[in-house]
Write a protein that binds this ligand. Structure first.
Ligand code: ATP
Length: 946
């Protein structure tokens, strides 16, 4: 009580002085600040930059309290509890969180020239006067209010070590945020120096303590190049699914031994999926602490982005939950403001500043033009001979289709034969001159560029052999090849700063792609030219629509998937039975027993208590669980089998499951992909199997289920079952069941085989599967709602993309020249500026990510009306062709969607382009007609011919 009175007197004094200084009573925040000020850390983990105080290292950093401290704390908690109308537990939680937070900032303050807790007495309250700004090391303000541009000398030293004199726009802000442990999204155009934003902090962190930086990049084929391109002072390794197991293990050993500063990972290597099975990284406690994680091509996180990759969503979750990473850095060259905000949400960037690092969409040194030529081939040749492009040494011509690249390359070789390059002068870029890395590159480049031009034009696409692609790329890199005619596969990760021209022979699929592709020119800051040929008839639009339709799924397929994801369970019946029994006035002994049995064997109730709550925001599984009979089951659907039965790609399947997880009611909770089928062979015959059932309950249950399914088990010496379903039924955790089954191969009490110590039991797990938790008691209405949601979501995505495509077409058309002769020598600066303005507006305007409604509204426009008329005129002919196609393949089964895909020239897992593309009578025949209309007509015909 004495202590309480002491504390009370002191705090009353504080309240008075607060009133005098601030002319108001302390509010809730002031109380919490004051309360937390009492509980100052007496120890601090020294020598770190703060952000790798992640989950792993935080508990160690919380100071130990003396008994005296505890008394004081208890007394003050009592006082503040009264003031804040809260309980001791809540206050302690606030206190500990706050202390950790403060500790991090103090450490940063210390790093940047400040001192820990300076100017703050034991009861001195929380005064910003004594705190140091983590940015400039000064006192009297915090970093967010810092007006100075001072960056600690250590950071500049590191910048010089990297060979640069100054930061480029955006780099400093991003680097300082990362060094402060604040998650950040960097949106900078191609070649603006995004890599430095992770390389420099990784270097500084590694200098300070033994920690690693994770860099996740989707460009697996380029990872080795990325690795060799890192500055020499950064020791790095990479792990991706194209590596052999031995190579991966060697890389992991290096990481564990602390020999690596930066670890490059493919998303699949981190989260599993694809053919790599589970992720490749060992558990967090076997790795050095993770300073921060960098996610390259971060737009793949946003489900509405032009390049959404479902495994990117799981990526953030894995980084946080499994590796304890708290600070994430997202890098992207193309994200509209709305997409950036969406990515920011996934990266948990709460403050607007964290996504403010955005640059103008198009670099100022690029000159843009568009033309609508009738004869594109002739126009391209003229353009490459003209004033603007005639002097350019390195040019990339982008085409949509692979076949077209070879044709155009051959055309250019013929038409540009003997045409001399026009004169051009090109001084060395300034900022790279003085740095050792830049100098080395430059010297190398000069050596290579001196080689005379040997080849005029070559094709490049993903269908070519790896060696052929390498040859073309190398020739282009060293300046021996002038023009590469390529699909978008060329250029990702291309480190050639003097590409002088980009020509789009076909329209790109979105503004994002356009900006990304033109961004490959003029990375050295010198003028570069970009030209786009827009098909006046809109043929490119039809081609690109095909790609959009390739990803969509019809209602029938959605329904089949929903049936697989939510198979019915017995939880509702069990619950009903329990309620009936409880309500009965007289409960017989036997009923009681049965009830007990139900309680004990209801795995889902049991699992509920064992399952950790995950995720945040929205109405989650945990909320819905309260109201349901079923508390979710663990399920697995084999990837390959599902791809074949539903005829959709693995990526589309994963996307659909992601949509279900992202729904406010979180219909499923995705877990790490797993091998779900267990095959067991008992070399000791049925006798050995029976013996093992007594030792291993999962085997007993598997055998019992087999018997219940009506199979004869007496002479059985093999078992095959879905191990996920089995573990769920038993209420056991899957890893435990799997481990138990695996151990049977070695157990001495399961029998010895041939005296080898082996038990004579062979256990094998196969069938990589999507593994998730889902409900089994959804009513018919709920299942319908899930189907409607999923299909609606797919359609919204389709319409959004179609709308974007159309907007893109209209924008390009609005600034297009009638033909390219008007801009092949001179360029009207105003048109180039107008296009840049359109792009800036597109990237900077905040809008709804779901643009499907706009598409519906636009559908009413003249063009659509015209298309509808055209469809009506052609309907009879299309139906006749559908009938012809179906009768030519009468022994095969088709859905309306499968037929529409063939008529649009879209391959699928069950109807591949290699087979169906051979019949030219139907393949791609109706590409200019609405895909959904063809589905409708085809479905009609299929029903009629049944
Ligand atoms: N502060 C700097 N000063 C001078 N040059 C720099 C600076 N930062 C980066 N660079 C140079 O800019 C070029 C492009 O950098 P980087 O590859 O990091 O760009 P990027 O934005 O990651 O491009 P991409 O989107 O193609 O991956 C490199 O040659 C690099 O050396």
């Amino acid at each position: 009580m004495d202590r309480y009175n002491d504390v009370k007197i002191l705090l009353k004094k504080w309240e008075q002085s607060f009133f005098q200084t601030n002319n108001r009573k302390p509010n809730k925040v002031s109380y919490i600040n004051q309360y937390s000020g009492i509980f100052q850390p007496s120890t601090a983990e020294s020598g770190c930059w703060g952000s790798h105080l992640n989950r792993k290292s935080l508990p160690a950093a919380v100071p130990k309290l003396s008994s005296d401290d505890k008394e004081t704390l208890k007394a003050s908690a009592q006082y503040f509890g009264m003031k804040l109308k809260t309980n001791l537990g809540a206050l302690t939680k606030v206190n500990v969180t706050y202390t950790m937070y403060m500790q991090k900032f103090q450490l940063k303050g210390e790093r940047f020239g400040g001192g820990v807790g300076r100017g703050r007495g034991r009861f001195g309250g929380f005064s910003r006067q004594g705190d140091t700004c983590y940015k400039c090391g000064g006192t009297g303000h915090w970093a967010r209010d810092c007006r100075g541009r001072d960056v600690p000398p250590e950071v500049y030293e590191a910048l010089r070590d990297f060979g640069y004199k100054s930061f480029r726009p955006g780099q400093e802000t991003a680097i300082m945020r990362i060094l402060s442990g604040l998650s950040t999204l960097v949106v900078l155009s191609t070649g603006m120096g995004k890599s430095l934003c992770y390389q420099l902090p990784a270097y500084l962190y590694a200098q300070r303590s033994k920690c690693i930086t994770l860099v996740v990049s989707p460009l697996v084929s380029l990872m080795d190049d990325q690795l060799s391109g890192l500055p020499p002072m950064l020791k790095a390794a990479c792990i991706h699914s194209n590596m052999s197991k031995k190579q991966r293990e060697a890389a992991i050993e290096k990481v564990k031994a602390g020999q690596v500063h930066v670890l490059l990972l493919s998303p699949e290597a981190l989260v599993g999926g694809g053919h790599s099975g589970s992720g490749c990284l060992p558990p967090a406690d076997q790795l050095p602490p993770v300073a921060f994680a960098c996610i390259d091509e971060a737009h793949c996180v946003s489900e509405w982005s032009h390049n959404f990759r479902p495994c990117y969503l799981r990526l953030c979750k894995v980084l946080r939950d499994r590796l304890g990473v708290r600070c994430l850095l997202g890098l992207t060259a193309t994200a509209t403001l709305s997409t950036a905000l969406d990515i920011g949400r996934h990266l948990d960037i709460s403050d607007q500043d964290g996504i403010a690092v955005r640059s103008a969409a198009v670099p100022h040194n690029l000159q843009l033009s568009v033309s609508m030529d009738k004869d594109k081939e002739q126009a391209l040749v003229s353009l490459l001979k003209g004033e603007r492009f005639g002097a350019l040494e390195s040019v990339i011509v982008y085409c949509t289709r692979r076949e077209e690249t070879s044709r155009i390359a051959a055309l250019l070789r013929t038409c540009l034969q003997g045409v001399m390059l026009r004169e051009s002068s090109k001084p060395a870029p300034e900022d790279e001159e003085d740095n050792p890395v830049g100098k080395k590159k430059k010297a190398l480049a000069r050596k290579k560029i001196r080689k005379p031009l040997k080849w005029i034009a070559e094709a490049y696409h993903a269908g070519m052999s790896a060696s052929e692609r390498r040859r073309v790329q190398n020739n282009f890199m060293c300046g021996e090849l002038r023009v590469v005619v390529a699909t978008v596969a060329f250029g990702m990760g291309l480190d050639k700063s003097d590409v002088r021209g980009i020509v789009h022979y076909n329209m790109p699929k979105s503004f994002e792609s356009y900006v990304q592709e033109i961004g490959r020119a003029g990375r050295d800051g010198h003028p570069a030219h970009c030209h786009l040929f827009l098909d006046p008839e809109g043929a490119d639009l039809h081609e690109l629509r095909r790609h959009i339709y390739a990803d969509t799924v019809d209602f029938y397929t959605v329904k089949k998937l929903v049936q697989k994801v939510f198979p019915p369970c017995k939880c509702r019946q069990i619950q009903q039975k329990q309620q009936d029994l409880a309500q009965a006035a007289e409960v017989s002994d036997s009923e009681l027993l049965e009830m007990e049995f139900c309680e004990n064997t209801d795995p889902h109730q049991q699992q509920l208590t064992e399952t950790p709550e995950e995720g945040d925001g929205g109405l989650k599984l945990s909320d819905v669980r309260e109201q349901r009979a079923c508390h979710t089951h663990e399920r697995a659907i084999p990837v390959q089998e599902t791809v074949e039965t539903l005829d959709i790609t693995e990526e589309s399947l994963e996307t659909l499951l992601c949509y279900l997880e992202l729904h406010p009611q979180q219909w499923v909770e995705l877990l790490h992909p797993t091998l779900s089928i267990c095959k067991m062979q008992f070399y000791g015959g049925p006798q050995q199997l029976r013996k093992i059932t007594k030792l291993c309950p999962p085997v007993a249950v598997a055998l019992a289920r087999k018997r219940m399914a009506g199979e004869r088990v007496e002479s059985c010496d093999t078992l095959e079952f879905d191990v996920v379903e089995l573990a769920d039924t038993m209420g056991w955790q899957l890893p435990l069941v799997k481990r138990g089954l695996r151990q049977l191969q070695w157990g001495s009490d399961t029998g010895s085989y041939g005296g080898t110590g082996r038990s004579g039991v062979h256990v094998e797990f196969s069938a990589l599967s999507f593994y998730f938790r889902s409900y089994g008691d959804l009513t018919a209405d709920e299942l319908d709602a899930v189907c409607a949601f999923l299909h609606g979501r797919v359609m919204a995505q389709e319409r959004t993309q179609l709308y974007q495509l159309k907007t893109c077409f209209k924008a390009f058309r609005s600034v297009a020249y009638r033909n390219c002769s008007l801009c092949m020598d001179d360029l009207e600066e105003s048109r180039s500026q107008a296009l840049k303005e359109l792009l800036r507006h597109y990237f900077d305007k905040r809008r709804n990510l779901d643009l499907s409604k706009h598409y519906q509204e636009e559908e009413e426009d003249e063009e659509e009306e015209l298309n509808k008329c055209k469809m009506r005129d052609w309907e009879a002919q299309i139906c006749a062709d559908i009938r012809g196609f179906l009768s030519s393949r009468s022994d095969e089964k088709f859905s309306g969607r499968a037929v529409a895909r063939i008529f649009h020239g879209i391959g699928s897992p069950c109807y591949p382009a290699q087979t169906y593309g051979r019949d030219r009578r139907y393949w791609r025949k109706y590409i200019q007609f609405d895909f959904n209309e063809i589905i409708r007509l085809a479905t009609q015909e299929i029903i009629r011919t049944r």
